[in-house]
Design a protein around this ligand. Structure first.
Ligand SMILES: Nc1nc2c(ncn2[C@@H]2O[C@H](COP(=O)(O)OP(=O)(O)OP(=O)(O)O)[C@@H](O)[C@H]2O)c(=O)[nH]1
Length: 365
């Protein structure tokens, strides 16, 4: 990788004791994860294998296998900036990837914002993906009790079920269905299976500066979301935390004006940033239809939109995956329709929406 290419960052999250460290220790044995820096929020009882032993004064440890490990003592952005600085000043020779393991209780959003939203780091880092671990034994109770656990699942690009070896009698089908309803786009993997390794969890498919391509299918997974949507039934007994989450895809056949899409994003960002947990998509623009725009945001923080050199495949539709909490799908659809130039659905609230899109007429939970 050339020095100026952004370093892919993977965020590993999951509830307390859900198996993040265990999974990471296994993953780090893969040669493809050499030259990876691992950032852990804290030292728990179980640490990264080779990391607990020593701790250098500045918190960064160089390991014999080429990995770097650091703990976050202060702000995560300072640790990230330090790593970037080391690379740029040649104090680290190679840094292919950063993995951040969040604390179990953490809301992953601030971590994602630190990666995507920092004015200086934004040129040096890119979010590759969010991996969320979920303990098959306790997940249902955890999701019932802890809203942050639901959010960790909702923002994930990959979800890994752990401890399935211990979960013989656990209602795994119910759990899988529940996860699928919260986040139908994220592949659900089993930590016990050999295939749950590097290839399945990393390089989630967004624009890769090395190959100059984007694997949009792998990244957006919009078809999985559409399929889930199709079969979606509104269960009245759905858990109150789950009921706040919505995952859907905005699809548009025509081209979109560049300013209009910028305004759409700005509006969502300014008025509803907390409610838009995740938004990612590929947009066909009228100013240069051959070069689509990639947008990628987490709770109001967006990567600088990037233009791809070309469409990755024959599907030239604009597709935007949106995951919201407490923000109705119809509202986002109507807003997008208004900016993309789609005729709004003929609903009673249409006039209100068009006259003032900041009003939230379709705000249904
Ligand atoms: N049987 C079994 N045990 C597991 C599995 N994954 C993790 N464990 C055990 O579960 C416990 C917690 O795992 P950790 O990897 O420390 O979990 P964590 O998410 O990093 O925990 P915190 O950092 O405290 O939030 C440890 O005792 C692990 O050995 C699994 O797939 N199967």
């Amino acid at each position: 990788m050339k020095r100026h290419d952004p370093i892919p960052v993977t965020v590993l999250t999951g509830f307390l004791g859900s198996g993040k460290t265990t999974l990471l220790n296994r993953l780090l044995k893969d040669p493809q994860l050499t030259d990876t820096a691992v950032i852990v929020n804290e030292f728990g009882d179980v640490g990264i294998d080779h990391l607990l032993v020593e701790q250098s004064s500045d918190g960064v440890i160089e390991l014999s296998d080429g990995c770097l490990c650091c703990t976050v003592r202060g702000e995560l952005v300072d640790t990230l900036a330090e790593l970037v600085d080391r690379l740029q000043t040649g104090r680290i020779e190679r840094l292919r990837r950063i993995v951040i393991e969040t604390t179990g209780l953490a809301d992953p959003a601030p971590v994602l914002q630190a990666v995507m939203g920092h004015p200086v780091l934004v040129d040096s880092l890119r979010l590759d993906g969010v991996i969320t671990t979920l303990d098959a034994l306790n997940a249902i109770g955890t999701l019932d009790r802890h809203e942050e656990a639901v959010k960790q699942v909702a923002v994930a690009d990959r979800i890994v079920l752990t401890k399935t070896d211990l979960a013989e009698d656990a209602p795994l089908d119910a759990l899988r269905a529940r996860i699928g309803a919260l986040n139908p786009g994220a592949p659900l993997l089993d930590a016990q299976e050999a295939q749950t390794g590097y290839a399945a969890l990393f390089d989630c498919g967004l624009y890769d500066p090395e190959t100059k391509t984007a694997d949009v299918q792998r990244w957006l997974r919009d078809e999985a979301i559409a399929a889930a949507h199709h079969h979606h039934h509104h269960h009245h007994d759905v858990n109150r935390h789950d009921a706040r989450i919505r995952a859907f895809t905005l699809v548009h056949d025509g081209l979109v004006d560049r300013d209009a899409i910028a305004m759409f994003i700005d509006l969502l960002r300014s008025a509803h940033s907390e409610r838009v947990l995740r938004m990612k998509g590929i947009v066909g623009l009228s100013d240069n239809p051959e070069r689509p725009l990639v947008i990628h945001g987490v709770q109001g923080t967006f990567h600088p939109p990037a233009r791809l050199p070309s469409w990755p495949d024959n599907d030239r539709r604009t597709r935007i995956v949106v995951i919201t909490r407490d923000l109705g799908e119809d509202f986002v659809r109507d807003l997008f329709g208004a900016f993309a130039g789609q005729p709004a659905a003929d609903r009673a609230d249409r006039v209100a929406l068009e006259s003032n899109p900041l009003v939230v007429p379709g705000h249904r939970f």
